[in-house]
Design a protein around this ligand. Sequence first.
Ligand SMILES: Cc1cc2nc3c(=O)[nH]c(=O)nc-3n(C[C@H](O)[C@H](O)[C@H](O)COP(=O)(O)OP(=O)(O)OC[C@H]3O[C@@H](n4cnc5c(N)ncnc54)[C@H](O)[C@@H]3O)c2cc1C
Length: 278
Amino acid sequence: MKCRLHSTKWKQFKISHIKKISKDTSIYTFNLAYPENDINLPLGHHIQLRAKINGKHVVRYYTPIFPREKTKELQLMIKSYPNGTMSKYLATLTIGSTIDIRGPFGNPSLDSAPYPLQKEIESYRDALMNKNKNTQHNEEEILTQLGIVAGGSGITPVLQVLHEIVTNPYHLERISLIYANETVDDILLKEELDKMAEKHPHFQIHYVLHHPPKRWNGETGYITKKMLQKYLPCNDKQHKLLICGPLEMNESVLRYSKELGWNKGFQKSKSNDKVFVF
Ligand SMILES: Cc1cc2nc3c(=O)[nH]c(=O)nc-3n(C[C@H](O)[C@H](O)[C@H](O)COP(=O)(O)OP(=O)(O)OC[C@H]3O[C@@H](n4cnc5c(N)ncnc54)[C@H](O)[C@@H]3O)c2cc1C
């Protein structure tokens, strides 16, 4: 039997599937039914997991990877850290194990704030639904190019955005993602990302590896200003930049983007910031 998610009450859910996708990361599928019968989480929203670990309740946030999927299952991609309380515990669970879940929640620091790209996505949807009524857009509001920089498990909220914007017929002409990792085995969902790029030519991915294998033809080292210049859209009224990675990566990308003429971005971003950090 499927359970329903509740925004304030903890409900117990069963793990129905676990797929290991790298040495330390797995996708956990939960037996779940939303009140609406679909997963229709607003983009950028999260759920909370709670577990009793060493006699204490531990609570952590996680980001469903398919926010608006026509499915009744909830999928979370979770990286396990050797010293991580919840993530290490989750790695010990098996199919049939249960865990407490509640949500969804908005941005934890700015709860109930609109999610990134909300305005753009809503205006695209209105335009699509009112196609026959000749809805006019304010040209300046139309987002035409999106640059994204992700590092490691920071790809999780980015995946939500990609599932929403790459496959839908919005006005975007170009979505360019730089995805940085330590080794090739750390790249999460590479096959899925590559397939998405192959199927949707306006979406391009540029991988950067700190420790590349011998025959690697992508970028190497840490992300540089030159890479941003080479692979991402430039600053323009109709362009936007999203960043999601470890603190140090976010800080250097914010610095480079400012040097390349983008607005100054902040670690604690507001949803309508031109340079948005998750
Ligand atoms: C809004 C939001 C959404 C999130 N979504 C996801 C998601 O979809 N998938 C996911 O895997 N995580 C996600 N996280 C992170 C998650 O909530 C936990 O912080 C993470 O799983 C670590 O928790 P822990 O209890 O295992 O580690 P803690 O016990 O909190 O940390 C202990 C140690 O673990 C290590 N560690 C913890 N986090 C990191 C890190 N980011 N980088 C390097 N080392 C670390 C450090 O050694 C740290 O000292 C999200 C966080 C937020 C705020």
